[in-house]
Design a protein around this ligand. Structure first.
Ligand code: SF4
Ligand code: SF4
Length: 177
């Protein structure tokens, strides 16, 4: 396996996500409910019985880089929220983490998803509210992109633990602790 530098892998990840986001937008999203006019905006991100977004370490680093555009105070607030989310929903236990759900610490009522533009997890890119089930993007597209992300992650950090709940990775890569 040819290893990659983190910088190179982050570049590859950004290209991959941008192209996936464009693909979903062009082919599927126009049939979904418009998030801008949604009466329950953010319900999808804050529903502690529904959200179980998992990411890789490489994606966590991309998120950290995006959050660096915010004030230091805001960054501290977000990392604190991530740590509290890990604790509150017991996300570090040995149970199957894919069974665990939580309210996402990256959603802000006034701003929406703080990483919407360039570091959104693929599960979030695929997700929207569709009236008809047949309008949803087929799951295989998300599986394909997740396989590619996993390969990029392995080529950067080796075979260490890969997919974890978003708040767990966010808390682990917090260098301001
Ligand atoms: S995904 Fe659904 S619940 Fe979430 S903001 Fe968009 S329309 Fe509203
Ligand atoms: S990463 Fe963004 S889109 Fe995904 S659940 Fe969190 S706030 Fe919502």
């Amino acid at each position: 396996m040819k290893m990659l530098t983190e910088t190179k892998a982050l570049g590859g990840l950004e290209k991959l996500k941008t192209s996936f986001q464009n693909f979903i937008k062009t082919n599927y999203e126009y049939r979904a409910q418009n998030c801008q006019t949604c009466p329950t905006k953010g319900a999808c991100c804050l529903d502690a019985h529904f959200v179980n977004v998992h990411i890789t370490r490489l994606e966590a680093v991309a998120i950290r880089n995006t959050l660096k555009n915010l004030s230091e105070e805001k960054q501290r607030e977000i990392y604190k929220r991530a740590a509290e989310t890990v604790e509150k929903y017991n996300l570090k236990s040995d149970d199957d983490t894919f069974e665990k759900t939580f309210a996402c610490p990256l959603f802000e009522k006034s701003l929406g998803c703080l990483i919407h533009e360039n570091a959104k997890p693929s599960a979030c890119i695929s997700h929207a509210c569709y009236e008809n089930r047949e309008d949803l993007p087929p799951e295989r597209f998300q599986e394909q992109i997740e396989n590619t992300i996993e390969k990029l992650n392995k080529r950067t950090y080796g075979n260490a633990l890969t997919w974890l709940p978003l708040p767990v990775w966010l808390d682990s890569i917090n260098t301001s602790k």
